[in-house]
Design a protein around this ligand. Structure first.
Ligand SMILES: CC(=O)SCCNC(=O)CCNC(=O)[C@H](O)C(C)(C)COP(=O)(O)OP(=O)(O)OC[C@H]1O[C@@H](n2cnc3c(N)ncnc32)[C@H](O)[C@@H]1OP(=O)(O)O
Ligand SMILES: O=CC(=O)O
Ligand SMILES: [Mg+2]
Length: 722
């Protein structure tokens, strides 16, 4: 138990206090007195409003529950449903469209279409890797993933497999031929690349010289001792670097001596303090803040061992090249970092005010912005936002009033920290039903600061199930993706973004790829995101970022957006069509669904509770590894809670399935020395109990959120260990 430091009416945990005084505040120009008094005033003035808005959420849900319950089993009329939602002000009249007007938005957000990486901010090794994920080797991601099948003879081996390498080069040449085409021939026919008279010349195996179809695509190069080592091209605003070293093992495998092809990959990355971390006390919060502070100062580093090798990881420097005219071209070595704060429903006792826990989002907003001042004030060295902005992603807001409230909070933070108005830009997660149905008004409420709208379809699915819990049984989880509300939701987000002038100013983003190892499938499917007009979409790893970057070369998103501006807008009727089951399920289908959900829940929760891991790869019932975080947990737990509530499955069946799947999850984790099995003493496993609570008490969790149960149980597990 750490000590409390008392400042005004605040009682601050000493772990946080020491971090603030010794690490975050120095060099920001903000005196501790100013920080704490501004913080206290904010809590005093805004915490009651925070609470009132949460009460309003509960009141809405109670009203929805009663109305839906009365209509259970009847066919829902859109007109009646619509009139009801209007009558209770759940649905408001959209304001007349007016363009957003954020200023000082970095080019990575405003002008480029590219992948967005998300990373748990509590893991310095991953957090640094994400910051450096701007550049990724195309050869490595083709070679190292299932994009190239491991057919006989083509397997990944301990040493380089040249046969697999040939396939990698074949795919690479195909890509280059499409996006940086030659006037004549193919990259596979090039025996040498040269820079001559401010032009790039490709000499083909036939002896013919050729160049680019569009010469302006070549933007820079590098030479070492008169030998060409690098050529840089630009396509759809993204850079592609071909590196040469004829003496390297890979360079020797091809006539032109190509050592690597490097793609500009993730242009932005979200350091996540929310759904992918397990942060339940001051030590956890400070760990996250310390990583973010190091990223903003530019001095975060980490030492670790990987496959017997010692690695010292720091932020990558910028890259420098020569333009054809002999000028220096500097390209950023790192992604633009954004930070996701927690939602309004989270409270923390890391600081108490007059003895009460405070909204954790207030603490996140103050501390993460304070840390970002280190970057905002920099003029040289390792910089994040060259425009001097701080990008906060705000999750789980319900409707325009809450967005307006967050704007007020951010304005207060700016005032206390002496920052110009709207230094803090807001990323709006469109991931709760009340936000989706009022999206235009939500954006209007943050029009001076909004830098993205993103369809967090995972939380949105959980909220869809919870919102209409009383209406009836929902479809199996997998079938949810085909439901009409989901398509309307995705389309509407793009429609409204375009209507309100996001093009060239802010991102229209799409959700996470949840199968981190299924890269071939991702390459086939995730092209749908830029095709739908999204300027970015989430990926779970740097490898996925490099592969998803291909899609932004194949699709001209800006042209796509122009095309979409005139399409028929998504309908509110479709958006408000609940995903109800309309057919009978076989006993086998039911069992499969229950067991699949329970395996995901247990596999995720056991690591959360016992080891504090907030994001995990967990195999589903078909052995496909899935990314699980609190949003996917919200879906699985709400889904089971719905089936239980409507008697589609019994409590006994679910309890038996929990025990059966716990044995399987224990087996899946048997390689982990730190793992504590749940079977056979289920009643003694805090993790097992937490997982059961999430389902059996799921229906009464506010908005179906999982964090209330998780936090209590994680604290209990931590206490057990001390
Ligand atoms: C609904 C939502 O809110 S989605 C947003 C929240 N979700 C996320 O943020 C997902 C982020 N991704 C992850 O956390 C991880 O990729 C997981 C948990 C899915 C898988 O992690 P692991 O099983 O450890 O991955 P795996 O073993 O395949 O790869 C590890 C390597 O990839 C890197 N890596 C994996 N994910 C990331 C990431 N998101 N950012 C940066 N690097 C990453 C690691 O640094 C490591 O490389 P290193 O050894 O050089 O450090
Ligand atoms: O935050 C993302 C989501 O899908 O939820
Ligand atoms: Mg979410």
């Amino acid at each position: 138990m750490s000590d409390k430091i008392f400042v005004g009416h605040l009682a601050i945990d000493s772990v946080l206090y020491d971090f603030m005084i010794n690490e975050a505040l120095p060099q920001t120009g903000i005196l501790p007195e100013r920080f704490w008094s501004g913080f206290e005033q904010t809590v005093q003035s805004l915490a009651p409003l925070n609470k009132a808005l949460l009460d309003k959420r509960d009141a809405f849900q109670a009203t929805l529950d009663a109305w839906y319950k009365a209509r259970r089993g009847t066919s829902l009329s859109f007109e009646e449903h619509h009139a009801f939602l209007r009558s209770i002000d759940y649905l408001i009249t959209p304001p007349s469209p007016s363009f957003i007007a954020p200023l000082h938005v970095d080019p990575e957000i405003a002008h480029c279409a590219a992948p967005q990486l998300v990373v748990p901010a509590d893991n310095a090794r991953y957090a640094l890797n994400a910051a450096n994920a701007r550049w990724g080797s195309l050869l490595d991601v083709f070679y190292g993933t299932d994009v190239v099948e491991e057919a006989v003879g083509y397997e990944k081996q301990k040493d380089y497999n040249p046969k697999r390498g040939e396939k990698v080069f074949a795919l690479t040449y195909d890509f280059l031929d499409v996006i940086i085409p030659l006037k004549q021939g193919s990259y596979r026919d090039v025996k040498s690349f040269t820079v001559r008279d401010k032009a790039v010349i490709m000499t083909l195996l036939s002896g013919t010289d050729t160049t680019l179809k569009v010469p302006e695509q070549w933007v820079a190069y590098l030479e070492k001792e008169g030998v060409l080592t690098s050529l840089v091209f630009k396509h759809h605003g993204l850079h592609v670097e071909i590196q040469f070293d004829a003496k390297s093992p890979i360079g020797q495998s091809n006539a032109a001596g190509i050592k690597d092809v490097i793609l500009e990959s993730a242009l932005s990355a979200i350091q996540d303090c929310e759904d992918s971390v397990a942060a339940v006390d001051s030590a956890d919060k400070v760990n996250i803040y310390r990583n973010w502070n190091g990223l903003m100062k530019g001095d975060l580093s980490v030492d670790f061992e990987n496959r017997g090798k010692r690695i010292h990881r720091t932020l990558n420097p910028d890259k420098h090249f020569l333009t054809p005219d002999g000028q220096t071209l500097t390209l950023k070595g790192r992604v633009l970092l954004l930070i996701r704060n927690v939602g309004m429903h989270m409270y923390t006792d890391t600081i108490t005010y007059r003895g009460e826990a405070i909204p954790e989002g207030f603490l996140d907003a103050f501390v993460t912005t304070l840390c970002a001042i280190h970057d905002v004030r920099k003029r040289e060295g390792i910089r994040n936002s060259v425009e001097g902005s701080v990008y906060i992603v705000k999750p789980k807001c319900h409707g325009p009033e809450e967005i307006a409230f967050v704007s007020t909070l951010f304005a207060q933070v700016e005032e206390v920290l002496g920052l110009p108005a709207y230094t803090i830009k807001m990323g709006i997660m469109d991931e709760e039903r009340r936000t989706s149905v009022n999206l235009q008004a939500c954006i209007e409420a943050a029009k001076e600061s909004v830098f993205f709208i993103n369809t967090g379809f995972l939380d949105r699915t959980g909220d869809e199930i919870h919102s209409c819990m009383e209406l009836g049984v929902v479809v199996p989880k997998e079938e949810m993706k085909k439901e009409v509300w989901l398509k309307a939701y995705e389309d509407q987000n793009v429609d409204i973004g375009l209507l309100l002038g996001f093009k060239g100013k802010a991102q229209i983003g799409k959700g996470m790829w949840t199968m981190p190892d299924a890269m071939k499938k991702m390459v086939e499917i995730k092209i749908a995101h830029p095709q739908a007009g999204a300027t970015t979409a989430w990926v779970p790893s740097p490898t996925a970022a490099t592969l998803h970057a291909l899609h932004y070369h194949y699709v001209d998103v800006m042209a796509k957006q122009d095309e979409l501006m005139t399409r028929q807008k998504a309908s509110l009727e479709a958006l408000l069509t609940p995903p109800l089951l309309k057919r009978a399920l076989s006993a086998e289908e039911k069992t499969k669904e229950i067991e699949n959900n329970i395996q995901s829940i247990l596999g995720y929760v056991v690591r959360w509770i016992d080891q504090g891991v907030g994001c995990s790869k967990v195999p589903d019932i078909n052995n496909v590894e899935l990314m699980e975080d609190r949003a996917t947990l919200r879906i699985s737990s709400q889904h089971l809670a719905n089936w239980l509530h409507h008697g589609l499955v019994s409590e006994t069946e679910v309890r038996e399935a929990f025990k059966k799947m716990a044995i399987i999850v224990d087996r899946q984790n048997s390689h982990d020395q730190q793992y504590k099995p749940m079977a056979p003493h289920f009643e003694k496993s805090v993790a097992f109990q937490a997982a059961c609570d999430l389902v059996f008490k799921g229906r009464v969790q506010p908005n179906g959120y999982t964090e209330f149960i998780l936090h209590v149980k994680r604290k209990e597990a931590k206490k057990e260990r001390t």
